[in-house]
Design a protein around this ligand. Structure first.
Ligand code: RP5
Length: 168
């Protein structure tokens, strides 16, 4: 896939180390994504334009990460009907609780699907689930990923039982 299906937006370059983890999931899957920095507070007009133009640019899901008084995901959601996933980030003095509340407490009608604080990876997996409705190859990848996760955990369980001498 060469045309970006997912837009990853973050409020500051200081958010990059966490938000990059979402891009890594898409890279592994071969889903093209775009990534940019824009702020609900420092670049409000540009942020609105980014959200308004996303649909016509072919974007199907948006992921927005921001810390502190994190209004990025909510503002983006207010300018598009595309699904918006919010990633509250743990920057600032109160460790991300501020960003969590700012992102998750949206008024009825303008939802943001909020993942855990610093949950960029889960934002990407949730985006894949949304994309899988239309893209069967992504559904297959997700199924394979979960199968791999099951097998890896079972292998670790077997290894632990062997170390403890309780394995069969
Ligand atoms: C938010 O403020 C950003 O998303 C970032 O998490 C936080 C701090 O930004 P910087 O001061 O590091 O640019 O808008």
């Amino acid at each position: 896939m060469s045309k970006a299906l997912v837009g990853i937006l973050m409020g500051s370059d200081s958010d990059l180390p966490v938000m990059r983890k979402a891009a890594e999931v898409f890279k592994e899957l071969g889903v093209a994504c775009e990534m940019d920095i824009s702020s609900a507070h420092r670049l409000p007009d540009r942020t609105a334009e980014y959200a308004r133009s996303a649909w016509e640019r072919g974007i199907e899901v948006l992921i927005c990460g921001a810390g502190m008084a994190a209004h990025l995901a909510g503002v983006v959601a207010s300018h598009t009907t595309l699904p918006v996933i919010g990633v509250p980030l743990a920057s600032g003095a109160i460790g991300g609780v501020d960003a969590l509340y700012s992102t998750v407490q949206m008024p009825p009608g303008i939802p943001v699907a909020t993942v855990a604080v610093d949950g960029a990876k889960n934002a990407a997996y949730l985006a894949c689930s949304i994309l899988s409705i239309k893209h069967p190859e992504i559904a297959e990848w997700l199924e394979q990923f979960r199968q791999n996760t099951r097998e890896a955990l079972l292998a670790k369980s077997t290894e632990l039982q062997q170390q403890l001498g309780t394995g069969s």
